[in-house]
Design a protein around this ligand. Structure first.
Ligand SMILES: *Cc1c(COP(=O)(O)O)cnc(C)c1O
Length: 491
């Protein structure tokens, strides 16, 4: 039978004249389509020769006709072409309930920020142009006043991310000198960002004081010498030392800094611009409070609790920020117009006081358990309906987390939709959802797929429901569940 089938394989020229090839030529170069047609045909030839195609699930009458073979080749051709033209960086639906998921791009941007990026990047812009004077301006000027107003500093400057900000501050203020830091704050943030390593690269010498769990202000004071340039305080973002612990307050650090005339720098990590305590997120320092207390310079991320683009923001006195701005490293660590556009638009949302409505990260944190419960109830009914009863869903109380190295001890009460498919394991269902046209990322636990709507935008529920509708169609059309496993069948 194999020989008969091999004779039915269409020629490449015949394939290229088919409508499918013409369609693919719109998004791929013609010679690329030809190469693909060859690859796909060769592959099928090998499978037929070795008896791997057709597999046992297809009846042999089905494939006796050359139309069946051509259809199979066309199906594979379309799949290969789709893989080729698909972008590598793609949107996903984050159904994990981890609000700042570093692997999923941390903060989704506010609509105003997305609009600003589109507006500013599709044409020329005032990136380094002073409209009033009609001459060269400074890119640093864009968010400077706005940031300073929001955090209550004299000035501010923006770098590529907070790791770059740490590097810049230490190099500018302490290159060749000593920086005093508590042993309890020599942290690793993840993704190989270790405070001691960055400090070393900055040219500053680390002067560790105290112990892992207890450091007193006297430890800092005793370490000061002629070569001391900076007192560093680091927010231990992603872990907490509990029990027998001691750490000087911001006020004590500021007192020492003033007494001895040595600037104090606080790496705040998350960069909370507003107090989130009313939403159950306490212990995250608000940027303006550190500056109000008298810390000389602070830095924080743009895409953690602030909910903006990747950026590192440095705020402090005019004199210190001015020095940072003149550091030649600034040229290597500065940000692009896309970042300025998104950051400025995000900061303006804070200025008009509507972050809890407009900034997705803050909105997700502010969502109450009752609100999520209401959504989850409707969503659950919809899933059961579109999946034709194939998927069983229960609701249960659970916890969302902030993530992104912020507020590790905070968990926000949520309601989870726990899904079980009648034909697939939870791992297979999770894989099926991940392979969706718009990939859907979930948690799996005790052989159930868990969906936390806290991190799913209202208009993204339709994407999840479409995936379940396609699952239902695939089970009525093709039967065996192995067909579904691991292949984004829908669309
Ligand atoms: C997250 C974090 C950083 C790194 O910030 P990025 O913006 O990811 O570069 C540095 N310091 C602290 C304390 C952090 O929490």
């Amino acid at each position: 039978m194999a020989n008969e089938l091999l004779r039915l394989l269409p020629s490449i020229d015949l394939l290229l004249a088919r409508p499918i090839a013409v369609k693919l030529s719109i998004s791929l170069r013609h010679d690329r389509v030809r190469d693909l047609a060859r690859e796909v045909t060769d592959q099928l030839r090998r499978e037929i020769a070795s008896g791997r195609w057709p597999d046992s699930s297809g009846s042999s009458e089905d494939v006796q006709a050359d139309s069946a073979i051509t259809a199979e080749i066309e199906r594979r051709l379309e799949q290969s072409a789709e893989r080729l033209v698909r972008r590598s960086l793609r949107r996903v639906v984050n159904a994990t309930g981890v609000i700042l998921h570093t692997n999923l791009g941390r903060a989704p941007l506010a609509q105003a920020a997305i609009d600003a990026i589109g507006d500013v990047t599709g044409s020329y812009s005032t990136l380094e142009y002073d409209l009033g004077a009609g001459e060269r301006g400074h890119r640093e000027s864009h968010c400077q006043e706005l940031l300073a107003r929001l955090v209550g500093s004299e000035s501010a400057i923006v770098a590529n991310n907070n790791a770059a900000a740490v590097m810049l501050v230490l190099n500018t203020l302490a290159d060749g000198g000593e920086v005093i830091v508590s042993r309890g704050e020599l942290i690793e943030i993840g993704g190989s960002f270790r405070i001691p390593d960055v400090m070393e690269k900055s040219g500053a010498l680390i002067r560790e004081v105290g112990t892992t769990n207890r450091t007193r202000i006297a430890d800092y004071e005793n370490a000061i010498n002629d070569n001391t340039r900076l007192i560093l305080r680091v927010h231990p973002s992603n872990y907490r030392i509990t029990g027998f612990t001691e750490r000087p307050s911001v006020d004590e650090i500021v007192g020492l800094s003033r007494r001895r005339g040595i600037p104090a720098y606080e790496d705040l990590g998350s960069g909370c611009l507003i107090d989130l305590a009313s939403y159950g997120v306490s212990n995250e320092p608000v940027v303006s409070e550190s500056l109000k207390a008298g810390i000389s310079v602070v830095s924080f991320s743009g895409d953690k609790l602030l909910g903006g683009p990747q950026a590192g923001i440095i705020a402090g006195s005019q004199a210190l920020i001015g020095r940072v701005g003149k550091n030649p490293l600034m040229r290597a660590l500065r940000v692009d117009k896309m970042t300025y556009a998104a950051l400025e638009a995000t900061l303006r949302i804070y200025e008009r006081g509507s972050a809890a409505v407009e900034v997705p990260v803050i909105r997700a944190i502010a969502a109450g358990q009752a609100e999520i419960h209401e959504r989850a109830k409707r969503f659950t009914q919809d899933v059961v309906r579109v999946s034709g009863g194939r998927v069983k869903v229960t609701l249960e109380d659970g916890e969302s987390v902030i993530g992104g190295g912020s507020a590790p001890e905070v968990s926000l009460g949520t309601v989870l939709a726990a899904l079980q498919d009648s034909q697939m394991s939870a791992a297979s269902l999770a894989e099926y959802l991940r392979m969706n046209v718009v990939p859907i990322i979930t948690r799996t636990e005790r052989d159930r797929v868990l969906i936390d709507l806290r991190t799913v935008a209202a208009d993204e529920e339709a994407i999840i429901l479409d995936a379940f509708a396609a699952l239902a169609r695939s089970s009525t059309n093709t039967g065996p569940s192995t067909e579904v496993k691991g292949r984004g069948l829908q669309a």
